[in-house]
Design a protein around this ligand. Structure first.
Ligand SMILES: [Zn+2]
Length: 88
């Protein structure tokens, strides 16, 4: 049971790290609603706070780009993360 709880906590931490490292503040929020905190958008995400919606134009990061952005956090993704030991 506690493993499941730990997993959820880790996932929450991962989402926070993703926002910090890959997120950008929605420029529409800043220009149209400067008095509230702008939405943090991950690549390709849509901000639906205002109309028309704003879609982040960046493509989804590749595994290599994601790993580079998350370097030092201990998080990796993809079939061959850079930390993986390859036998010589
Ligand atoms: Zn917005």
């Amino acid at each position: 049971m506690s493993d499941t709880i730990d997993m959820y906590r880790d996932l929450k931490e991962l989402r926070q790290l993703e926002r910090q490292r890959l997120g950008v503040k929605c420029p529409k929020c800043i220009s149209e609603q400067p008095r509230r905190q702008p939405t943090i958008l991950l690549p390709g995400r849509v901000c639906k706070v205002h109309k028309p919606w704003y879609r982040d134009t960046r493509p989804k990061p590749t595994d290599a780009e994601w790993n580079a952005a998350m370097e030092g956090t201990g998080w990796t993704q993809g079939a061959n993360p850079p930390t993986e030991q390859v036998p010589a």
